[in-house]
Write a protein that binds this ligand. Structure first.
Ligand code: SF4
Length: 320
């Protein structure tokens, strides 16, 4: 049995919390026009203070600007600049900012070692419930994005959001769709199983997903996903040590990006490296840092990004 669990030492940068979607469970967004957008100088100042020895990944998350909005180009440039700044300090960027056009994906591929977009759920029925006011959560659009990432050879992270009213069969169908796309392009490096966790900002009264159900879902996920696709669970959303260990026994292989703040679930702080070790080591698990791009995809990266990966790998070996 594999007894190694991986994680990425990460810092999350949010160029803007303003989002034109209104997912009813969201604890991240503010209305367009009501947020403070970070300037590139703010982002430069922020990143230059980080410990580039310890932090490997810069996760770029952002509220979304409608594709037809005049503000889209400025928003997109900010994301590109954030990636450029992260690379200039030796960090490895991973961007997850909603569905993008092909040209936008091509541009971001140049400055990201991997990218991501949650499928969330495949069934369009959620467009009448939690995603009623969130046009970019249309499953067809998100599947197209997963296809596009495969076509462009972008190492990709996707996943399911659990606890938004889905049935077991919804979960299975969503996982099968991801597996099918991966079989075609071979680009899905990890699948996140993200339990919805109640926050004080969410619009709708949607309770937290019951973490007791997670080990069973992980076991099913393992059967459906092709070998080699990591199954990721966020440890701050499975805070009960016994459940966390059950998740690992069931087949979870990765704990995702551990960042000072979980921007999507700001009321659920990430555990520290030390506190995770106190749970994992007595149960025979070892915790290993990883890069935001898995080794089987290094050859998909540009020579410049491959060099950034090589340098980061060196510091990773020195550090651990
Ligand atoms: S979950 Fe994402 S897309 Fe939905 S409202 Fe929040 S920030 Fe926007």
């Amino acid at each position: 049995m594999n007894t190694v669990i991986t994680y990425s030492s990460c810092y999350t940068v949010v160029p803007t919390y303003e989002c034109f979607n209104r997912c009813s469970y969201c604890n991240f967004r503010v209305d367009p026009g009501n947020g403070v957008s970070r300037t590139s100088l703010d982002i430069f100042d922020l990143l230059q203070k980080l410990d580039s020895e310890r932090i490997i990944e810069i996760l770029i998350l952002s509220g979304e600007v409608h594709p037809a909005s005049q503000k889209r180009a400025v928003w997109f440039t900010k994301i590109q600049e954030t990636c450029d700044i992260a690379l200039s300090f030796g960090f490895l960027p991973h961007t997850n900012v909603g569905p993008l056009r092909e040209e936008e994906m091509k541009q971001l591929k140049k400055v990201n070692v991997s990218m991501g977009l949650m499928l969330e759920q495949l069934d369009p029925k959620f467009m009448k419930t939690v995603h009623q006011n969130a046009p970019s959560k249309e499953p067809k659009l998100r599947l197209e994005q997963l296809e596009l990432a495969g076509k462009l050879k972008i190492p990709f992270t996707t996943g399911l959001l659990l606890g938004i009213g889905e049935t077991t069969s919804d979960i299975i169908e969503s996982l099968k769709a991801i597996a099918q796309i991966h079989q075609k392009w071979g680009h899905i490096q990890e699948v996140i199983l993200q339990p919805h966790s109640v926050g004080s900002q969410q619009e709708a009264n949607i309770p937290s997903f019951d973490p007791e159900k997670l080990p069973g879902i992980i076991a099913q996920t393992k059967k459906i996903l092709p070998e080699g696709v990591a199954i990721q669970i966020p440890p701050n959303l499975v805070p009960e040590p016994n459940f966390l260990l059950e998740c690992l026994d069931a087949g979870a292989t990765d704990l995702g990006g551990i960042s000072p703040i979980d921007e999507v679930n700001p009321e659920y702080p990430h555990p520290t490296h030390k506190s995770l070790l106190t749970i994992l080591e007595p149960a025979g698990w070892s915790l290993k840092p990883r890069l935001p791009v898995y080794p089987q995809y290094y050859s998909w990266l540009s020579p410049e990004l491959q060099q950034a990966v090589r340098l980061k790998k060196k510091s990773l070996i020195l550090e651990y």
